[in-house]
Design a binder for this molecule. Structure first.
Ligand SMILES: C[S@@+](CC[C@H](N)C(=O)[O-])C[C@H]1O[C@@H](n2cnc3c(N)ncnc32)[C@H](O)[C@@H]1O
Length: 307
């Protein structure tokens, strides 16, 4: 194990951890079991019954060359990526309940191809795309001759736009009220003060500025190259599922979706083919037994970004 700098809270695996957590890793899907499954999505997904899950958090490889542990995903032509992602979407939609929601992550190069595949499925009456969230993720690699790439797109896809879960109150945003007016009777005009300043709970929009990517001083950070933040997934899970629902995370990486679902009292399972990432996922699950806090989400309120 590498020695870590002071304040570096990155989760790493010791040899002892590997021994402890390996026995909890599953190699196939089992009904009614919250589990980390090591395997190929194309195989494991076939083991899941039709219309089994309430929420899918799909964060597939984007169409860029990227190494994940032992494997490298190679960028391909848009046409090839279209076929690749359409195949994944179809497989995921089969296991999604009629009332379910699937969120799909992508970047600017990837998401327009994903959109074309979704349009094809919409035309077949298989699903409805009802929103696209833009996450301004703040950190990114700077470029000498280009704008730093700082956004991610997240499509919100439902089986039926007439029947799906959306828990608005669970994801309302606390906004500071800069001009706390009172009406002529001296009552607050649609704002409250709990001792921490005037605020109002507002409808959350589809552009998110309040979430940073995990980095070394955050307790949730790992060495996975494209780890999503728990706060991001907490919003998706709270809005689009209820306690006890089943959250499925294909292409799970270090299982951020599963860990966050567990913290929010949902059932969960995920699939990832890299052993090391599965072990880190299992370690995070074990850590969440001792501490189920989600950075940036306290007392059922999403706090502003803290960096
Ligand atoms: C974009 S990352 C997901 C990161 C994840 N959201 C997290 O927070 O850690 C995609 C993951 O899919 C995995 N992967 C790629 N192809 C796969 C396949 N066919 N079956 C299972 N996992 C796969 C990669 O190893 C990688 O960890």
């Amino acid at each position: 194990m590498k020695e870590k700098a002071l304040m570096n809270r990155t989760i790493v695996l010791s040899d002892e951890d590997k021994n402890i957590y390996q026995k909890f890793i599953h190699d196939h899907f089992e009904e009614n079991k919250n589990s980390i499954i090591q395997g190929d999505f194309t195989v494991i997904n076939n083991q899941i019954p039709d219309k089994y899950v309430d929420l899918i958090l799909l964060d597939p490889p984007y169409n860029i060359t990227k190494t994940y542990g032992e494997n490298t995903f190679k960028a391909m032509s848009d046409d090839d990526y279209y076929e690749y992602i359409l195949y994944i979407f179809k497989k995921c939609l089969r296991v999604l309940k009629d009332t379910g929601t699937m969120y799909i992550c992508g970047d600017w190069k990837t998401s327009y191809v994903q959109r074309k595949a979704l349009e094809f499925l919409e035309n077949q009456g298989v699903c409805d795309v009802i929103n696209r969230i833009t996450w301004a993720r703040d950190k990114g690699r700077g470029a000498a001759n280009n704008w730093k790439n700082n956004i991610e797109d997240i499509y919100m896809v439902v089986k039926s736009k007439d029947n799906y879960t959306f828990n608005l109150d669970a994801v309302k945003m606390r906004k500071t009220v800069l001009a706390p007016y009172k009406d002529k009777n001296g009552n607050n005009k649609d704002w409250k003060d709990d001792g921490e300043g005037a605020y109002r709970m507002t409808h959350p929009s589809n552009i998110w500025f309040d979430i940073t990517v995990p980095f070394w001083s955050m307790a949730e950070n790992t060495e996975h190259p494209t780890q999503k933040p728990e706060k991001l997934y907490a919003k998706l899970i709270l809005a689009s599922s209820n306690e006890g629902d089943i959250v499925y995370e294909p292409f799970a990486g270090v299982f951020t979706g599963c860990v966050t679902a567990k913290k929010l009292k949902r059932n969960w399972f995920g699939v990832e083919y890299e052993n090391e990432y599965c072990l880190i996922g299992q370690k995070r699950i074990a850590m969440s037994e001792l501490n189920d806090s989600i950075q940036g989400y306290e007392d059922s309120v999403f706090k502003d970004k803290q960096i």
